[in-house]
Design a protein around this ligand. Structure first.
Ligand code: IMP
Length: 177
């Protein structure tokens, strides 16, 4: 039986998402932005963040697969679904649930940069700085968290727990990589 311990409450998340939305609204004042969510973990964050941005916002989604166990990545990232719209000349905000090793966002920023966006920024709700393998940092980061496996608010373990309203640490016997 999995045990869940609340790490970040829904109230803390809501306040932080509002803060990030306000920063994005100020940074891109008067300009449209295209939010590109990384499926599936970023969907809930993207939905909330979009409603906190007071600009002309559109959405797109991208999907990657990474190999390894359910909780640890092997380092290989592959594109599963590309964006539907051109990113050339646009203000792009890549929206991700968590920056962990940084492999996913390094891969995706290189991919998108090649299509010459006007601006390319990263919004990540969570950041596990101690796990980083690539020198990448988020521009709009919600919370720095310790190296613990978290679920909720879009984040899953084997597709479970994405609908939890708080971000929780998953504590169980199976919590070993
Ligand atoms: P990165 O490429 O190592 O930065 O990994 C990013 C992806 O790993 C995220 O989009 C998540 O899908 C997954 N991930 C990393 N840490 C966690 C976690 O604590 N809980 C759930 N998924 C995680």
């Amino acid at each position: 039986m999995d045990k869940l311990r609340v790490l970040i409450t829904r109230r803390q998340i809501a306040a932080k998402v509002a803060e990030l939305g306000a920063r994005i609204s100020a940074d891109f004042a008067g300009e449209p932005v295209l939010l590109i969510g990384v499926l599936k973990g970023a969907t809930i964050f993207l939905a909330d963040l979009a409603r906190q941005i007071e600009l002309d916002v559109s959405f797109d989604f991208i999907a990657v697969s990474s190999y390894g166990s359910a909780k640890r990545q092997s380092g290989e990232v592959r594109l599963v679904k590309d964006v539907d719209h051109s990113v050339e000349g646009k203000n792009i905000i890549l929206v991700e649930d968590i920056l962990d090793t940084g492999l996913t966002l390094t891969y995706l920023t290189n991919l998108l940069q090649a299509h010459r966006p006007k601006a390319l920024k990263i919004a990540a709700l969570l950041d596990k700085v101690s796990r980083r393998m690539e020198p990448i940092r988020g521009d709009y980061v919600g919370f720095q968290i310790p190296d613990e496996f978290v679920v909720g608010y879009g984040l899953d373990f084997a597709e479970h727990y994405r609908n939890l309203r708080d971000i929780c640490v998953l504590e169980s016997d199976s919590n070993t990589a």
